[in-house]
Design a protein around this ligand. Sequence first.
Ligand SMILES: Cc1cc2nc3c(=O)[nH]c(=O)nc-3n(C[C@H](O)[C@H](O)[C@H](O)COP(=O)(O)OP(=O)(O)OC[C@H]3O[C@@H](n4cnc5c(N)ncnc54)[C@H](O)[C@@H]3O)c2cc1C
Length: 491
Amino acid sequence: MERSFSIPISRRDLFKLAGVTAVGIALGGKNTVEAAESGETIKYGNKKIPVLCNVDVCICGGGPAGTAAAVNAAKNGAKTLLIERGIALGGLGVLGCVYPFMDTHAPNSDTPYLVELKSRLRAKGIEPFDGVTQQTWHNPEILAEIHDEMCAEAGVNILYQTVLVDSLTSGGKISEVIIQTIAGLAAVKAKIFIDATGDAYLSRCSGVDYERGYEKTGNNQPLSFRFEMGGIDTEKLYQYVAIDLQEDWCKSKLPYFEIAEAMHRKQRYKLEEFMARGVETGEITQDEAEYMQAYTIIGKNGVMSMNCPEIPVKFSATDPISYSKAVSFGRKMMRNIARYLIKHLPGFENAFISREAVMLGARESWRIKGKYYLVEDDYHNQSRFPDAVCRTAWFIDAHGEKVSEKLPAGGFYEIPYRSLITDKISNLIVVGRCISASFILQASMRIQPTCISIGEAAGIAAAFGLQNGIDANKVDWTLIPAHRRSYISAG
Ligand SMILES: Cc1cc2nc3c(=O)[nH]c(=O)nc-3n(C[C@H](O)[C@H](O)[C@H](O)COP(=O)(O)OP(=O)(O)OC[C@H]3O[C@@H](n4cnc5c(N)ncnc54)[C@H](O)[C@@H]3O)c2cc1C
């Protein structure tokens, strides 16, 4: 198989061809795809739309999982297309202002792609380790740049500002996905599709079984509307929280520093009283006081990533009307929290909101039901699988429902390839936070490093399946040569 293609024509020309002449488009020189030559169109409803390209692997969603999948599919020789509705890769980790990456708490859990990502951060002057914790402190603009670079080097073609709208299936396979580009509707053909939307969107429109929310309550995990605040005197903040209040939650020292408050946890934080005072004076609501957390951002002096507000659980991550109301409600909460911190928290006197997330923080929305369904027992029993694609041990962090104890030191469970595939669609692999897992188990596996490792494995498996004529949902991870696998089960 030839290596991945490149785009020899300009991006402007690409979209001009797609939209204006309504014909298919070549994405490659010698790897020119068939659609370009035929000017192929397909019928979608009562419309004829262009087939924009025809590739080996099409990944929908450029979050941590999708980007890792794309880079690894391309590196392993597949013609790869990555579709992202935003204009930066990284998903919640960039567009949702979710930083840093949490520590998996599992020993030796870093798969090669993660190791590479971290070394690239370092090469760009972002030291991701604080020397105390194992979490990966990153910088969103630099991470987006690294994703672009890694995709370009591997030969991944990216369609930005492109939304997956629908899929067409026949004979238990996805034949095309329908996308909304800046130029209008188009189709993409591929041999394998990877659902990295976080919301199992591609799976759902392809008829795959799915679940949403907690089976006991019907609720999704609460949404958050994260943001950044600039103009913070972090030295003064550190002095107040870590030294004067003697908060020992954050073990690391500046420039790596975190403040936290989560009243619904067993853990008591020194800022609890500070937030509660705001409720007494009427400056903030109980919901706003309930959850407040902020992390410094390496390379952005005086700027902190605000892991709040946490929007009340009555707003749903899976109901479009409720979700939209959550945006406005969350923005109001954000403003209130910011105002309160600026007025009362030492170090925040000159602070301001410097960035709002452009993607609401959905911890959990829809999850597929795949060949293997991970459950809470897999966490506690530290399950091992021959077809494991990674390991993790982040605790069960289902906000408002359940927070588990950490596994004993050195403990972890594994995630099998079978939880990424289904019996329904043979050329589909699902990655990231919407794999086949129960609500409670998902609350552990959803952290970015684990989603990245899952995506990495999917890219490798997709390319391997193509090269060996094996359907994606029949690939046996254990038969992929060991040197090509990103992870081998601990057995
Ligand atoms: C508030 C909050 C705090 C968190 N805190 C942490 C933390 O501190 N550390 C940590 O490691 N993890 C944290 N997480 C978890 C982590 O960020 C996510 O679980 C992880 O990013 C999931 O990765 P993903 O690739 O599966 O999906 P996402 O990150 O959601 O990425 C999905 C991508 O697909 C794109 N997409 C979706 N639908 C379409 C479509 N139809 N067409 C085209 N593109 C589409 C989106 O734009 C996005 O880029 C947090 C999550 C939340 C919500």
